[in-house]
Design a protein around this ligand. Structure first.
Ligand code: XMP
Length: 317
């Protein structure tokens, strides 16, 4: 029967045979899959694994610094690249969700390539692809292929001629988590909610500005921290906040306000293909709403999304 310990043991052995003294490059996203792939490869080939972690400027508040620090603590050879200005510059004025995804996907590839090409004599590109990704990219009519295009780091320059290595290719998500735990990766990282590659860009409806990113980061932080503090984080499959492209009238003291509205979303799911909204306690929602409106300048209204998938989707874009 399958155990994470025997998977780690046999995979490390196979990776050593396959890769020898070759150099390998891998893009870290902060998510579970790429992190587990990196630690597994690191266990097999040590410093010959070169990791690149790109800050798109669209991550959660402090996420880039925090995650980079934890990668370093795990002993990974990782280079953090701050590229927020490029992403936000290229996204300026773009409101269409699929155009946002294309620009972000292209920018990731460009930034990643620029770094990868500097690793002398690199032979392999490692990816944290898991079994559901393999199936999804084969099914032409899969929902994500037609409804929302997910991007992946790929498309390296031909001349680099990299071979692909995907050590998690046959695993399901729960197996990846078990492997991660047996590799000693922190529960904080293993238990993280899924987060879309395009990040907050698809949670800011309409065009994106640095000010909107900052507002949403602050809202999201209050929401996620509150979920953790209330012991609800692990009961939810994914949660996040959405900045809506509407303003509404409010009142603060005896002043009229005319500011933004945010929607909070929390769902249960097994694979993201279907999802139910979570019946978060009213008390919890009341406190989070107060906290957000009192602390985040520019927001005067909070709503809670009570739609399930289908017919809605998890993300609003
Ligand atoms: P939807 O919104 O399609 O989301 O119900 C299902 C799951 O996929 C994530 N998602 C994405 N992930 N790139 C990604 O890497 C994307 O463009 C993307 N769009 C949605 C979403 O967060 C949820 O977990």
């Amino acid at each position: 029967s399958w155990t994470s310990e025997s998977f780690v043991e046999s995979t490390v052995r196979e990776l050593r045979e396959k890769l020898g003294d070759d150099k390998v490059v891998l893009g870290l996203s902060g998510g579970v899959d790429s992190s587990v792939a990196a630690v597994l490869l690191h266990k097999a080939i040590g410093k010959n694994l070169y990791c690149i972690f790109v800050d798109s400027g669209l991550l959660r508040k402090n996420e880039f610094e925090d995650v980079l620090e934890s990668y370093k603590n795990m002993g990974l050879n990782v280079k953090g690249v701050k590229a927020g200005a490029k992403f936000l510059g290229d996204l300026a004025g773009v409101a269409d969700p699929e155009r946002k995804r294309k620009i972000i996907g292209r920018d990731f590839v460009e930034v990643f390539n620029e770094e990868a090409i500097q690793i002398e004599d690199v032979k392999w590109l490692a990816q944290g692809t898991i079994y559901p990704d393999v199936i999804e990219s084969c099914s032409v009519n899969g929902p994500s292929a037609t409804i929302k295009s997910h991007h992946n780091v790929g498309g390296l320059p031909e001349k680099m001629n990299l071979k692909i290595v995907e050590p998690l290719r046959l695993l399901f998500k729960d197996e990846v988590r078990r492997v991660g735990r047996s590799l000693g990766i922190s529960e904080q990282l293993i238990g993280r909610h899924p987060f879309p590659g395009p990040g907050l860009a698809i949670r800011i409806l309409g065009d994106i500005t640095p000010e909107k990113v900052e507002i949403l980061q602050n809202v999201d932080k209050i929401y996620i921290d509150s979920l953790r503090a209330a012991g609800l984080y692990d009961k939810v499959w994914q949660a996040g906040a959405v900045l809506l492209p509407v303003k509404s009238v409010g009142v603060m003291g005896d002043e009229r306000t005319y500011e933004s509205c945010v929607a909070l979303r929390a769902v249960t799911s097994t694979d993201g293909m279907t999802a139910d909204w979570v019946h978060l306690p009213y008390e919890f929602l009341a406190n989070v709403s107060n906290d957000i409106i009192n602390k985040v300048k520019g927001v005067n209204r909070v709503v809670y999304d009570i739609s399930s998938k289908p017919p809605a989707t998890i993300e609003w874009e």
